[in-house]
Structure formats: structure tokens, C-alpha cells
Design a protein around this ligand. Structure first.
Ligand SMILES: [Zn+2]
Length: 99
């Protein structure tokens, strides 16, 4: 196990070029629920030693990002399974909620 990084450690920000690449690759659509999104999600959390490599990143909406939190998954398929289950339990995303 690598030592967890502190939240303000140098290098925590995803380089702009990588961010643009991943958003374009994923079509600006959340990998987990399919809504338009501009956030990125680390499959292996950065704080747990995950890199900013595009292979470790997917486009993710704010909601899915908060559902995933800092849970650690061995691979993307594991995380996808978890996310689909959690999102199912939470019910369909309703844009009309809140005013
Ligand atoms: Zn989502």
C-alpha cells in the first residue's frame, strides 16, 4: 500500500489537457448514469495513489461523484457495478426536485 496523499499535496489537480481529453473521449456524458457532465472521476482515488492518467479517469456528474465518494475499487467494472446498484436504490434522477 502506498501512503495516502494529503488533500493539498502537490500535483493533485488534473492537467487541463488530460481533463479535455477525457471529457471529449466520454462525450461530456457521465460514465455511470449518462447525464451531461463536466466533472472527472478517478477510478482509483488520487488520495489513494491513483494517477491522473486517462486510463484512471472517467467523466462523472456531481451526483455520481458524491455517491462514489472515496471508496476504493480494484477496477472500473467493480465500481460500475456498485454505482449502478446505488443509483438504482436512489431512484431515477429527477431534475424537477428542488426550486
Ligand atoms: Zn452520473
Amino acid at each position: 500500500m502506498s501512503t495516502p496523499r494529503t488533500p493539498d499535496a502537490p500535483g493533485r489537480y488534473i492537467p487541463v489537457a488530460v481533463r479535455r481529453y477525457v471529457l471529449a473521449r466520454d462525450g461530456y456524458t457521465c460514465h455511470y448514469c449518462g447525464v451531461p457532465a463536466t466533472d472527472l472521476d478517478h477510478i482509483m482515488p488520487w488520495g489513494q495513489g491513483g494517477s491522473h492518467d486517462p486510463h484512471n479517469l472517467v467523466t462523472c456528474c456531481t451526483r455520481c461523484n458524491s455517491v462514489a465518494g472515496d471508496r476504493v475499487f480494484g477496477e472500473l467494472s467493480e465500481k460500475e457495478e456498485y454505482m449502478v446498484r446505488r443509483l438504482g436504490e436512489m431512484g431515477a434522477w429527477d431534475d424537477s426536485v428542488g426550486d
